[in-house]
Design a protein around this ligand. Structure first.
Ligand code: 6PG
Length: 244
């Protein structure tokens, strides 16, 4: 597993670099006539990145018909709910760029969670080519990290951390009880590229343990991501990693 850490002064530095990397990766895929299949993260951190992509030169300068967006996780709420990861992404990015409707493959958060986890797993299986392990192989999975070290909606100590068969599971937010639909570690670890976006001093304690740890296993789901033969990247800002 190749691991890279990129340090930025702030979230805008991170967002601009990521937008540049996105453009380059998309160009490479489009040049080979393929689409770039990406699983987006939720939460607040990716918003700056979306805002950059929604503005020139990226807004009108990218082959958006060659991008397919899925989500790594979603809150089980309707798409017009402020808690919806889709809503945030739609307002910040999707409604500003010329991406075909069919390329926006959102989790239907309005559906009953158990049904939706099964339905979304099938949509991923039918539309994301399988990799060596037989699991879908995303070109790129963007992940965030919570203060508790959770990622996607894989929370510390949850039984979903041990999932070995399913593509999607239903998760429960430990504090709010909110239901979520989340991809699982077998899918995350099968990706060609996994990039964590981590910004802000509230993330520093756990990020410090993860990036400066010895060989001992940690209880943080974000520390359990090990792409089988893909790249693992950490896009972090100085507030989250002052010791770098
Ligand atoms: C979600 C996410 C979650 C998020 C982290 C970090 O739906 O909440 O996918 O895993 O990435 O909680 O969230 P922030 O970026 O808001 O700190």
């Amino acid at each position: 597993m190749k691991k890279e850490i990129y340090l930025f002064d702030d979230i805008m530095g991170l967002a601009n670099r990521l937008a540049g990397d996105f453009k380059q990766t998309l160009a490479e895929k489009a040049a080979s006539g393929e689409s770039l299949i990406v699983a987006l993260s939720g939460g607040h951190t990716p918003k700056a990145f979306f805002d950059v992509l929604a503005a020139p030169p990226y807004r009108d300068g990218l082959p958006w018909d060659k991008v397919v967006f899925f989500w790594g996780d979603e809150r089980c709420v309707p798409p017009d709910n402020d808690e919806s990861n889709f809503k945030m992404t739609n307002l910040s990015l999707l409604s500003h760029v010329n991406i075909p409707e069919a390329n926006i493959r959102r989790v239907l958060g309005e559906n009953p969670p158990d049904e939706e986890a099964v339905r979304y797993a099938k949509e991923i299986k039918d539309n994301v080519p399988a990799g060596g392990s037989g699991f879908p192989r995303f070109d790129w999975i963007l992940l965030g990290m919570g203060e508790d070290g959770h990622t996607a909606s894989l929370f510390p100590g949850a039984p979903t951390l041990k999932e070995k068969k399913r593509i999607c599971v239903v998760a429960t937010h430990p504090q709010t009880g909110q239901k979520r639909v989340s991809i699982t570690f077998p899918v995350i670890d099968n990706a060609d590229r996994v990039s964590f976006l981590v910004a802000g001093s509230d993330k520093e304690p756990v990020l410090n343990e993860i990036l400066n740890r010895g060989s001992e296993p940690l209880p943080y789901p974000a520390s359990m991501v090990h792409p089988t033969d893909g790249v693992l990247e950490w896009y972090v800002d100085k507030a989250a990693a002052p010791w770098l």
